[in-house]
Design a protein around this ligand. Structure first.
Ligand code: ACM
Length: 262
């Protein structure tokens, strides 16, 4: 058994130091081996220009956010998945960093960009990747990736036990949809959403909170409130996600009829 957690809060736009500080304070209070933070947790979400996004971006690895998360991961002996703006040359990506107690482990670049994100970010080009963190295998995706069933299917087929899902959800559907996503892939998922409303330059975004840990048997293991700062923790038995037998005759992956899926 292992413990996985999300941290839900209301990041303040552009206040990178303050947002990192808040996240670190909450991580210190979280007794779990795996902790997921929201999408763009350190910067806020509602970007209004490419220049602004560039100013808020960091190289990955090497930026101050990776450094701060690595320090707390080492101190608390935890793995952390967290969303941030990655800069590579002139290109920006909506990325998630994976941090181990020993430091930077890898990154994921959001593949399915949502709405105006397409104005600032390049679509992810690294594919869906599974990281073996010893206690389990984690697959990483970011927010709107949930809308495409192929995202979680690909991660499940690659052997993920737990989907780490950093999110800034604005639509009300994901939390319920994750019940089916987890059932159809027999995996756990930790959806770390943010709360609050951002109003910037005539634009507004409201985030739906209700971060959720979902189990393979269509069970919600933890669902947060819509507005609260909240740490959600659940016990996870990876044997459940590794057994893809539905009954004596049905195996989730071996029963796939790929010849008919084109
Ligand atoms: C989203 O992908 N942040 C809705």
């Amino acid at each position: 058994m292992m413990k996985a957690a999300f941290i839900q809060f209301n990041p303040v736009f552009g206040e990178i130091e303050g947002n990192i500080g808040k996240a670190v304070t909450l991580i210190e209070r979280t007794g779990a081996e795996l902790i997921v933070l929201p999408e763009l947790f350190n910067t806020g979400y509602l970007i209004t220009s490419k220049e602004e996004a560039f100013d808020l971006s960091e190289p990955l690895p090497g930026g101050k956010t990776t450094e701060a998360l690595s320090a707390i991961a080492r101190e608390k002996n935890v793995h952390i998945v967290a969303g941030l703006i990655e800069r590579q040359g002139e290109n920006l990506f909506n990325s998630a960093v994976v941090i181990a107690p020993s430091g930077y482990l890898g990154k994921y670049r959001k593949i399915h960009l949502f709405n105006e994100e397409k104005l600032w970010f390049q679509p992810g080009d690294l594919g869906f990747h599974v990281f073996d963190i010893g206690i389990c295998k984690i697959g990483v995706m970011v927010c709107f990736d949930w809308f495409f069933p192929e995202s979680m299917r690909t991660l499940a087929l690659k052997g993920a036990d737990v989907i780490c899902h950093s999110a800034n959800l604005v639509l009300p559907f994901c939390q319920d949809a994750m019940i089916t996503r987890c059932l159809e892939n027999r995996v756990f998922a930790v959806t770390a959403n943010r709360t609050g409303t951002e109003d910037r330059n005539g634009k507004s975004c409201h985030y739906t909170g209700r971060s959720q840990i979902t189990g393979p048997n269509a069970r919600i293991l933890y669902r947060a409130g819509a507005e609260t700062d909240e740490i959600g923790i659940a016990e996870i038995d990876v044997n459940l996600s590794r057994d893809k037998n539905l009954n004596r005759f049905n195996h989730l992956f071996l029963d796939r009829r790929e010849a008919f899926y084109h």
